[in-house]
Design a protein around this ligand. Structure first.
Ligand code: NAP
Length: 256
């Protein structure tokens, strides 16, 4: 018996990195998965890969800044797989990094839309579908930045991701009595295309610096974050709600 047998999940940001690894793990654990991101070819490749491993997934290509994408993902979960139990609202981007006096309103707004408003839109449409099933688990990808660390130049990113923690707490309180659990996961540095260590021109010094910030002196693999998301999605965490769950290799407590 696998952890998510009979469950239906939505994973956003599934075309890459943490979302891709989590969609694969959810499918391996028995869930049927609706995968969401803008890049259709990457989603199609993921759906095929999950199918080859004996799982089931369906792609909804869309932009999480648009309410229609949130509606389409929930509609697909219901039409293709019969309902919705789990939502991993993970799509996000670092956005423009700049000192506040040089940050444009458009860049600020776009980062807030991508990282925070997307979570609101997802929850708005996912939670009623979960209530129809008698409960569910909703998870948002936040970060330690803006929670345990202030990083110069990251104002929009930090504010958007810290906002997700507030959203998580309210949803947990608002819908706990209906069997909905809401949690935020806060990864440390993770080896994905979004990491500054994989930015064009990043030197080995950048990697060594980022690794050194963590107590474990390394970055996470996306699969390691996925395993913690699975914990929050599954009944293994049945009494866990409203948390900001650090999965950060000790970056929040390390001073050496
Ligand atoms: P990634 O590999 O770049 O993945 C980001 C995903 O988000 C992609 O699938 C991308 O898909 C999707 N996405 C971005 N904007 C979108 C939009 N407007 N509409 C739909 N999908 C969108 O990066 P990652 O590291 O796995 O990031 C996943 C999450 O973890 C993000 O929220 C990020 O902030 C957070 N995080 C990452 C780290 C880290 O060190 N990597 C640490 C803490 C938190 P498309 O481009 O195909 O749309």
């Amino acid at each position: 018996m696998t952890a998510l047998n009979g469950k239906v999940a939505i994973v956003t940001g599934a075309s890459s990195g943490i979302g891709r690894a989590t969609a694969k793990l959810f499918a391996q654990e028995g869930a049927k998965v609706v995968v969401v991101a803008r890049r259709r070819p990457e989603l199609d490749a993921l759906v095929a890969e999950i199918g080859e491993e004996g799982g089931e997934a369906f792609a909804v290509a869309g932009d999480v800044r648009q309410e229609a994408s949130a509606q389409a993902a929930v509609a697909a979960a219901i039409a293709r797989f019969g309902g919705l139990d789990i939502a991993f609202n993970n799509a996000g981007a670092t956005g423009e990094a700049a000192p506040i006096s040089q940050m444009s309103l458009a860049a600020w707004q776009d980062t807030l839309d991508t990282n925070l408003t997307s979570g609101f839109l997802g929850a708005k449409h996912q939670i009623p579908a979960m209530i129809d099933r008698g409960g569910g688990s909703i998870i948002f990808t936040s970060t330690f930045v803006g929670y345990t660390a202030g990083m110069p130049g990251m104002a929009a990113y930090a504010a958007s991701k810290a906002g997700l923690i507030g959203l998580t707490q309210v949803l947990a309180a608002e819908f706990g009595a209906k069997g909905i659990r809401a949690n935020a996961i806060l990864p440390g540095g993770t080896d994905t295309p979004a990491s500054i260590t994989n930015a064009p021109g990043a030197t080995p010094d950048v990697l060594a610096f980022v690794e050194g910030l963590h107590a474990l002196k390394r970055m996470a693999k996306p699969e390691e974050i996925a395993r913690s998301v699975l914990h929050l999605a599954s009944d293994a965490s049945s009494f866990v709600t409203g948390t900001a769950f650090l999965v950060d290799g000790g970056v929040s407590i390390c001073r050496t």
